[in-house]
Write a protein that binds this ligand. Structure first.
Ligand SMILES: Nc1ccc2ncsc2c1
Length: 242
């Protein structure tokens, strides 16, 4: 997978050299390009923003530098990338979207700052490539950079060979639309708290059932909205009542 990121703060992405994403880059699973939007400015002050039409607080990112940046990063001879624009007004980012993005050959992230990017940038980009505004949740950050770091980590860990034990993807929260069950390790008893006996029984069928039931109970208690989103054939509400 190729990923390009455009930002006025490219140094935000230095952490991507570390840990699993660093290894994914080293072994070629991920090719990452980080680009400074000011590369595509032509004035002495390298201006990327201006005042909003219609008035209002703050500044808006000018369309011209973005237009040239997206042109430069979407070569005509290659299939167009999927453009992702973090925004509080975007579609919710979910594990399902992470899986969808992990299947894309080329992602292009546009990190907005100030009050955001002139809307015409997204409108024009949509004539050349798929464009998705994506939100991490109902809160506002200073800009899109932190959101890109989150999305990139959620997507990269799904790429083949990145996680040592791919099996762990199957059991984690949101893998099947539910929260994961509680997990334990040695010692069997710690400060008067014991590991549930079933997990030490060696009965794998019983353990699997316990984990599903615990995941359902946790989901019902903490995220009932996820239960409502489950396909009917995946959940018999009696599982929880039992
Ligand atoms: N450009 C921008 C500004 C704030 C913000 N908060 C969450 S994503 C995002 C993106």
């Amino acid at each position: 997978m190729r990923v390009d990121v455009v930002s006025i703060f490219p140094e935000y992405f230095a952490p991507l050299e570390l840990s699993l994403i660093g290894r994914a880059r080293a072994n070629g699973v991920l090719q990452l390009g980080v680009h400074d939007l000011r590369t595509w400015t032509h004035d002495v002050h390298r201006t990327v923003d201006d005042t909003p039409y219609g008035g209002g607080p703050g500044m808006v990112m000018r369309p011209e530098p973005w237009g040239e940046a997206l042109d430069a990063l979407t070569p005509a001879e290659a299939p167009p990338p999927r453009l992702l624009v973090p925004s509080p007004a975007g579609a919710p980012f979910t594990q399902a979207m992470a899986y969808e993005l992990a299947a894309e050959p080329h992602l292009l992230f546009a990190c907005g700052r100030y009050e955001g990017i002139d809307q015409r940038v997204l409108e024009h980009a949509a004539t050349r490539m798929p464009v998705t505004e994506v939100s991490l949740g109902d809160y506002v950050l200073f800009g899109g950079e932190v959101a890109v770091l989150v999305i990139l980590e959620a997507v990269t860990r799904l790429l083949p060979g990145v996680l040592g034990n791919a099996g762990s993807l199957d059991e984690e929260s949101h893998a099947h639309g539910l929260l994961e069950a509680p997990i334990y390790t040695k010692p069997p008893s710690w400060r008067g708290h014991d590991v549930p006996e079933v997990l030490r029984s060696g009965d794998h069928g019983k353990i699997a059932r316990w984990r599903r039931e615990e995941g359902l109970l946790r989901t019902a208690a903490r995220r009932p909205d996820l239960l409502d989103a489950l396909p009917a054939d995946q959940l018999d509400k009696r599982d929880i009542a039992a």
